[in-house]
Ligand binder design. Sequence first.
Ligand code: SP5
Ligand code: ZN
Length: 342
Amino acid sequence: MKTVFSPVQLAHRPQREIADGELVPAVEIPSRAEIVLDEVKRRRLGDVLSPDAFGRAPLERVHTPAYLDFLDGFWNRWTAAGRSGEAFPYVWPVRGLRADPVPESVDGLLGRYSFDAGTPLGAGTAEAARASADTALTAARLIRDGAGSAFALCRPPGHHAGADYYGGYCFLNNAAIAAQWLRDHGAARVAVLDVDYHHGNGTQAIFYDRPDVLFLSIHADPRVEYPFFLGHAEEAGAKAGTGYTRNWPLPLGTDWPAYARALEEACRWLGVFSPEVVVVSLGLDCFERDPISKFGLTGDDFLRLGQRLGRLGLPTLFVLEGGYAVDALGRNCVNVLEGFAG
Ligand code: SP5
Ligand code: ZN
């Protein structure tokens, strides 16, 4: 299996994040990508390619032009306003407040285009996010050109980002951008299977009304876990997309037997939908020792996860999402990929 990675993705270097009522060391850090890359090479998974620049058009198929302009221009505006540290929002246009007109000041812009205060935005963030999306697109093109699988070693991750908002350490929705690109380049049906510990709220929202992209997510119950406001069992799509979203919210403490039952159901849906490509939003934060998560999957369980996905026999694009136990992240990630490849 080929891997796509760019060191430009390391330009996003968050220092601290807001969690538990204080500024704590950031967990979505460059060494995450480096350790996965090291393990890909150590276990000889396959060639590592640099991404090509796909430009803005495939991003605009998922994100609004205004949001992309915000991301591109924000750091200049922030520093021009006299700020020097990484940026955090502190006010949002919630129910009854107006998202439009879009504010002119940096603090208003941050709230308009985000949904949490846990995602530091810094000098290299936009450039790294674009490189991360290009990584997903380049890996998607490998699949379009006939590869049975490919691994997009994306960072920053993407699945929490919506059409016009960032959050959850995510800025551009890499998996959604890849899925849409595959739709635009010959695939009639694409499925996204999200196995990150957190619900993929951005991806779900992007495809919620559509029957051509199936969204399946197995995650910690949002009643008790981030992102709290999406990912409940009854969310099943709307309008023409009714029936084309499925969620498996699971209790804190879930270990492999219970996880595998949900995975089996998701695989059954994949079999019925019969996609031309499966995009796996590959978070590794279901790991028992993940510092911000509360599931119990072991290193061997990630091998089992990959094996089960391999048995589907479908072209599969793996897109890295979360996973914060950095010392074990490379092993767990490559376990999935090797399990898949058999
Ligand atoms: C891509 C991805 O996995 N994003 C996850 C974003 C989660 N952000 C909220 C983290 C809150 C952590 N609280 C943990 C408390 C442990 N002391
Ligand atoms: Zn996650």
